[in-house]
Every structure is written in C-alpha cells, then in structure tokens.
Design a protein around this ligand. Sequence first.
Ligand code: NAD
Length: 385
Amino acid sequence: MIERFDFILPTKIRYGAGAINLLGQELRNSQAKKIMIITDRGIVKAGLLSKLEDILNYENLDYIIFDEIEANPKDHNVEKCAKVARENDVDTFLAFGGGSPMDAAKGAAVIARQGGRIKDYQGKDKIGKNCMPLITIPTTAGTGSEVTFSSVITDSERNFKFTVKSPYIAARTAILDPELTISVPPLITASTGIDALTHAIEGYTANCTEPIAEAIGLYAVEYIASSISRAVGNGNDLEARDRMMMGSLMGGLSFSHSDVASVHCMAEALGSFYDAPHGLCNSILLPYVMEYNLPECEYKYARIARAMGIDENDDRRAAEKGIKHIKKLSEEIGLPGLSSLEIDSDDFEKLAEMSVENGSNASNPKKMNKETYIELFIKAYEDRR
Ligand code: NAD
C-alpha cells in the first residue's frame, strides 16, 4: 500500500522564454504597493536588474533594491533585509537571483512579519502563516528554491547551514524564464546543474518519498542529463537552458515533497564550513553517496541510469554504470574534486558531526552515522586529488 501523504503546491508557476514580461501583470493582480527587490551584487554586475526595473518603472510601481545577499546567505543578511523592509513599509518581496537571494528572501519574509531571529524558526513547520508575499524569479537552473518549502541559511556564529522548512515559506508566484540564465558562466552552470540533478536523485530515492515526487524526480533526471553538457559548452543554447530550467524546477518540486538526503547533509556541512559553492559540494559527493546507497537503491539507480541514456537491462550493472557516468560527467563539465576546496582532512570529523546533525540525515535510503560520513569524505578526498 502507498503510505498516506499530502501533495501541496502553494506556488503558481509561470514558465517560458520571455515569462519575465508577466511580472507587471502579477504585481497588478496582487495589488503590490511597495516592492523590495532582493538580489546580490553579481546579478547587478551582470546587468540583469535593468530588465526588472524597466518593468517596475513601466508599471509605475514604487520599489527599493536590497542587493546585499551573500552566497550561502548568512543569518545577518536575512535579518538586515527584514529590517530594511519594515523601515520602508514594503508589502511585497521580489527575489531575483539564484538560490542565495531566493532563500534569503524567504527567510526575511518570515521575520519581517513574525519577528525574532531567523534561527528561531530552524526546522520543520515552526513558522506561522503570516509571511510577506513573495514572488521568486530564478536566474540559475539549480536550486528549485523558487518553488520549494525550504530556506537554507548559514548560522554565522557556528558556520552551520540550517533549514527553515514549511509550505508557508513558499513563494506565491514563481516566474521562470530560461533566457535569464543565458549569462550564467560555465562553471556556475555546471555546479548549479549538478545541484538540480542531486535534487532529482535524492527526491526520487529518499526514504520518505511518495509516487508523485518519484515521478517528477525521475523525469527531471532525463531533462538535466540530456542538456547539462550543452548548456555548459554553449551558454547561448536556449534549448539547453530551457531544459535545464525545467529540470531544475522539477528537481525542486520532487525533493520538496520528499526530501534531500546524505549528499546534501555532507554538502551543506562543506558549504557552510568553507563557504564553498553549494552545487560544487553536491557534485563532489554525489557519486560516493550513491555507491554507499547502492545496495538499498539498485532498482531506482538503474532507472536513473536509463533516464540518463544508459542502455543496460541488468539493474545492478545499469546502476553501477550510472554512478560512473555521473562521476565522469562532473569531470567533463569542469567540476573539480574535494581537494580543490583546500580543505584540511583533520576537519572530516567535525564535518561528519555536522552531517549527522542535518535535518535530512534520517531521509537517506541507507542508514548513515558519523563513521560512515567520515569514510565517504575520505573516499571523495583520496579518489580525486
Ligand atoms: P547563488 O545564488 O549563490 O549564485 C551563485 C553566483 O551566480 C552568484 O555570484 C550570482 O551573482 C551569480 N549568478 C546568478 N545568476 C546569474 C546570471 N543569470 N548571470 C550571471 N551570474 C549569475 O547560487 P545557487 O547555486 O543558485 O544557490 C545556492 C544557494 O541555494 C545555497 O546557499 C544553497 O544552500 C541554497 N539551496 C537552497 C535550496 C532550497 O530549496 N531552498 C535548494 C538547493 C540549494
């Protein structure tokens, strides 16, 4: 029997090349009066903000810009953002950028209305309904944060990433326009793309998954695997960008209704400890966690391999080939191994403890503990030095 589950999708999704032009209509419909664009300096530097400003000016809408969000957004970024919003009587948030601005905006949407510090809301279902209305516009194809129920924030005192998770934190509307990703540089295209692949794989295989999340996750693998090399090789390939953005959206939908698992537990530990790019951390760890999980996931990993185009009838062999394929793919698209982060192997014990503490540790299909995490960190480190 299928276990009881809820499938909630609070976010209206507007998808397609040129969809950014629907923003004016969305803001008019929501009767927004004072908007805050939440973004980062990289987006400003890439010249992307002018598109948004043109639309807001055309609609004669009052807005301010908050562009102080850092990568792996810090608790103080979120708290300052909420403070500025309150001081300026903002009534609508517009998150524009990759996962960092979107996650920060989701966190600020909570505390701007409910008060306190963002870490007060750490964990599952700790927030109330009353959040600042939020529109998300992703500019990377990776996190799926535009539709997920999570905001991942770094506790800057502990260098520890924590998650605030609730359907109430989700955006009211997500506008996905693949043309906005044309300017993403190759290495960020590669790392964010593998992040999306990891969401799809973990969403499909987490031990709390359900059939809808499984279906979306598996289909996302097909989209991402068939287009990631093209998008990295030629950023102007709009068809590849389109497929990556759809794959990223589906990966986000999948894990949000299931969970991520040990790849993310380790990647979030690495990412917060060394302030390293999230997608890169996932790409480094994904094949090693898959090798470890293989005995519990043979059938699903075989289906993932076939979704990536591997022609093999035997499940065990297909699964093994799939894992090798993922390792090779990351190398081919230019993603380095663990030693590239200039980490100290003495830190593995601390990183393993942080991985165990992660809220998604229990969702891994095969049980993990501190010792198994240390083993996987060592394996990833030794294998690609
Ligand atoms: P990011 O948002 O940190 O952006 C990376 C860099 O790319 C930045 O310098 C940014 O300015 C630049 N950039 C973004 N779009 C660009 C564009 N179109 N052109 C040129 N440059 C562009 O990276 P990310 O991988 O999208 O997000 C990572 C964060 O998201 C991490 O903190 C991670 O923990 C979090 N995350 C959240 C969820 C969720 O469900 N909430 C899921 C996965 C990851």
